[in-house]
Design a protein around this ligand. Structure first.
Ligand code: FAD
Length: 442
């Protein structure tokens, strides 16, 4: 998600307490016949964290990963634009409270604070100081209105809470929905948004956050290119079907995104209990794609890492960051309906959309200085099926419901199940840790 979130009645302790509560269940040794004590499905941050913790707890673990790499939605590309670019997670949000930050610091990872510089332009002209102030105020007011609307646990679509009167308001309000959650405001749960932690302190990793996650998991043995297609829990041990054979384990931790589960890519036999099916039904997929463009030199005249919020002369809304780590590279975010639409049109169309927008704002010279681009397509990726696990309005409790164990041997972890950090690396890290402890003691 992008920077700009604010704390609105977050209750992090409640959730962490809830997850930690699993650890109290009685210890029973897994059935002796299993190949492994625990199978971890998925080698994103949640799976890597769970595997590390289980190993610390002395359990035998197998990690089964569908892709030919680890890291999941945290991945750095170094080759395409000659500089590290994070195709998935890029920011350590709320870095002063983010539990993954101390882990990276202990690994010696270089972190830099996002200066949070912003350039706002409407129809090709930078707005005046009063409008900069008004922009911030609109975002503040939006969070306050959402906080009020969700008092006492009520929920409704954010789009019903907020009224947009002009282009600056629409531009600012987009930050809450399409840009940071990957859904339009009408599909965004106000209750879920109000549970988010956001302190306004943002860190970045110049060498790549995806690379840092891979390095965190480098000591974990992972079976790559091993998608799990079936989890059979009819017998005394769990049987997991992969293209390379069936693996048995006493427990399993599923870290696969809900959208992938909802697409039916893993068959549960017997089917999941009704409460888990209902929880999964509460999830949708938020989509944000990143479009990176490299120019031969600085074309913006803006400070490194300046966030761009703009409405072009043709009415196109543009959000992104220019001069990434002082390189002549820009990243534009396409979120919500626009992102699905651009994925249908193809990566070249997405790159053209971003370049056209920037040319409208900064002039035709930009097109001549353009060298090459990279566009992600997280929606079409079968092992992600979107960027963020969003919950539909009225379904915010789905996150904690999915985190409940099934028969004390099937556990769900990942960025979907921790409300305060939903759709972010800390959720993956915390739930991986908590579910590993629960699985070890179950
Ligand atoms: C464009 C984008 C921008 C983002 N920006 C940020 C950000 O700035 N800050 C932030 O904190 N977060 C951000 N996120 C979210 C962050 O990437 C996720 O929260 C985090 O990576 C989730 O980790 P996870 O382990 O829960 O899931 P994943 O990383 O999705 O890992 C799940 C793993 O399961 C694997 N898998 C799927 N199906 C199967 C199967 N059937 N069998 C075996 N393996 C399977 C997948 O290949 C994957 O490796 C962003 C995400 C995207 C896409």
């Amino acid at each position: 998600m992008s920077p700009g979130r604010k704390r609105v009645g977050a209750d992090r302790r409640r959730l962490l307490g809830g997850l930690a509560g699993f650890a109290a269940t009685a210890y029973v040794r897994p059935a002796a016949a299993a190949d492994y004590d625990v199978a971890v499905i998925g080698a994103g941050l949640a799976g890597l964290t769970a595997a590390r913790r289980l190993r610390e707890l002395g359990r035998s673990v197998v990690v089964l990963e569908a892709r030919d790499r680890i890291g999941g939605r945290a991945v750095t590309d170094r080759a395409a634009l000659n500089t590290p670019i994070d195709l998935g997670a890029g920011w350590l949000h709320s870095a002063d409270e983010n539990p993954f930050v101390p882990v990276l610091q202990a690994m010696g990872t270089t972190l830099v604070e996002d200066p949070l510089e912003t350039y706002i332009s409407i129809e090709g002209r930078e707005v005046d100081t009063a409008d900069y102030r008004r922009f911030d105020q609109i975002v503040e007011d939006a969070y306050a209105a959402i906080g009020d609307a969700t008092e006492g646990g009520a929920d409704q679509p954010v789009g019903r809470v907020l009224k947009s009167s002009d282009r600056l308001t629409a531009l600012a309000q987009r930050l809450l929905g399409p840009v940071s959650a990957g859904v339009e405001l009408g599909a965004l749960s106000a209750a879920d948004l109000s549970a988010q932690i956001a302190t306004g302190v943002e860190f970045l990793v110049p060498d790549g956050l995806g690379r840092a996650v891979a390095s965190f998991g480098s000591g974990v043995t992972v079976r790559l290119s091993s998608p799990v297609s079936r989890i059979d829990r009819r017998g005394r041990t769990l049987a997991l079907t992969t293209p390379n054979g069936v693996i048995s384990a006493g427990r399993a931790i599923v870290t696969v995104p809900p959208a992938v589960l909802n697409a039916g890519r893993i068959v549960f036999d017997p089917p999941l209990p009704p409460a888990h099916q209902a929880a999964l039904g509460g999830f949708g997929a938020g989509l944000v794609d990143k479009i990176f463009l490299r120019f031969e030199r600085d074309m913006f005249g803006l400070a490194p890492l300046t966030a761009l919020r703009a409405v072009t002369r043709t009415g196109q809304m543009l959000d992104g960051v220019v001069n990434l780590f002082a390189e002549p590279v820009a990243v534009m975010f396409a979120g919500g309906d626009l992102a699905w639409d651009l994925e249908r049109q193809g990566r070249e169309a997405a790159i053209a959309w971003a370049l056209d927008g920037l040319v409208d704002l900064f002039g035709g010279e930009l097109r001549r200085a353009y060298q090459r681009g990279v566009a992600t397509a997280w929606g079409a990726d079968p092992w992600a099926s979107g960027a963020y696990p969003i919950v539909r309005p009225g379904r915010a409790p789905a996150r904690e419901a999915l985190a409940q164990p099934v028969d004390d041997r099937l556990f769900f972890a990942g960025d979907a199940v921790v409300p305060g950090w939903a759709g972010q690396l800390p959720a993956a890290y915390l739930s991986g840790m908590a579910q590993a402890e629960a699985a070890a003691r179950a």
